[in-house]
Design a protein around this ligand. Sequence first.
Ligand code: PRP
Ligand code: URA
Length: 207
Amino acid sequence: MSALHVIEHPLIQSKLTRMRNTRTDNEAFRRLLEELTALMVYEITRDYPLREKRVDTPLEPTTGRVLDVSIVLAPILRAGTGMLGGVLNLIPMAKVGHIGLYRDPATLEPVEYYCKLPPELPAAQVILVDPMLATAGSAIAATDIIKREGGKRIQFLCLVAAPEGVDAYSAAHPDVPIYTAALDRELNEKGYILPGLGDAGDRIFGT
Ligand code: PRP
Ligand code: URA
């Protein structure tokens, strides 16, 4: 069973509520997604390892601490790319791998159409990002791909999750923790999350 972390921070919840609002336009939606992602990254990186590093302040040398892990960020195309800026603002040295998947509207099965992952993958801490965990088909397939390419330490970061998706993902990848801003009620017959925020890709890109 994957560990499920629902991040209840007040700033995260306030921004998510604005994103859910159907009257929030594409520009505001994109900005909120980046801000919210950055806040969530702050939470999910709490336990990352540090190493000591000598540094000269204007007054004297001292020992500071810096991140001691390489980080690979893996957005699921296309909606996951809306979360890229939020992570890279905080972790500018992260490498980025892209995983192209779309959900077939009839079968809801994920279809892979692109994959480019950095060579650092096997030794890296991988953050897989996609705003929506619905049936979990896309996230499961993306995690399969990351593991197939040698990724070992993976965190899955989303914004809104359905209980059905959490159960399916946990069964497929019990070693990968899920971080979300909300665990919603259910999926509708078309595989949309209720209450959700609609089609994340369409709301980010205005399609
Ligand atoms: C959305 C979303 C996830 C997927 C979630 O992408 O961004 O990738 O659906 O659904 P699932 O958990 O049932 O797989 P979509 O397939 O609409 O593609 P897009 O990002 O290109 O719009
Ligand atoms: N993908 C989305 O973008 N939204 C949903 O509610 C479900 C899948």
